[in-house]
Design a protein. Structure first.
Lengths: 147, 147
DNA sequence: CAGATTGTTCAGAAAATAATGAACAACGCA
DNA sequence: TGCGTTGTTCATTATTTTCTGAACAATCTG
């Protein structure tokens, strides 16, 4: 089961340990603290802390309070929508913004070389791709609305 | 411009050189041979050959024949649909198949532990996610139908 | 506030990934 | 068939990414 999430992590270009952490939390009925995670996964404290930081950054794990215990406890967020939208906002949007800016710069270049039909065609094409990719995002988010 | 494709390659977990190769072909009005690519990108023959192999594997570059020249010449495929569907078929589908099989195995486990309500709930949830992801693919392909 | 516990950071080690280049294979041509 | 050219493969090297663990910071407790 943990392996399932390790693979998902790989697709998303996240470290293996991040997938492991989420996986173990996903199948744990009880919240876990850092030491639990270290022991179960046999990874260092540093990796555990870093991995949890990443997972929290896009809302894939939640911190829970356990009365009478000073340590932090974590659970896996199970609402796919929250995770995906968090991930998009934190890890994808910055790229997209950058892409837009970059495209703008290319457009300027195109203006300068108004005679180079081939170059202009390529930029147009690229812009078409970008438009389609942007259209996909809202739909994807909508698909997972119910949860 | 090449940089744009290098970034896209990174998102898709492809080597940098693969992005460079596609980028340079994308903005080249003329077909290019391996030596051209090596010179322009300052990469080795091995990388060039390997990178082109990957790009061909999902139809992102085409081989063209140049009369009177024994070398292979390459151009960038500019139909997004072809590239995406090729990429999905070659690089994504295998994972999905594997995922299905893996899920089946988990279901068996669930049967065995029919009393563990939590475990069953988690498997159900995971299955729900998988279903949504699968639903997204056809839509994405449809979105880029016109080209 | 002192002492103990818990979490974070970061320099260095280890592991994974990608690039190189030389050996080799495939192919065309005379 | 033999020679020259072009493309591929793969062991080695280089680079990048990830993990480790000890030092440090933050926080609680009495």
């Amino acid at each position: 089961m943990v392996d399932v999430f390790v693979r998902i992590a790989a697709v998303l270009s996240l470290p293996r340990s991040v997938g492991e952490l989420y996986g173990i939390l996903f199948i744990s009925p009880e919240p876990m603290c850092i030491e639990d995670l270290m022991r179960k996964l046999r990874i260092s404290k540093g990796s555990t802390s870093q991995g949890l930081k990443i997972l929290r950054s896009f809302g894939a794990v939640n911190t829970t309070y356990v009365p009478g215990d000073r340590r932090d406890f974590f659970t896996a967020e199970s609402a796919l929508r929250k995770i995906v939208s968090g991930f998009v906002n934190e890890q994808i949007r910055p790229y997209l913004e950058n892409g837009k800016e970059r495209m703008a710069r290319l457009e300027d270049l195109a203006q300068a070389e108004a005679d180079n039909a081939f170059f202009i065609d390529r930029i147009d094409r690229l812009r078409g791709w970008q438009k389609r990719a942007n259209a996909l995002l809202p739909f994807a988010l909508n698909l997972i609305k119910p949860d």
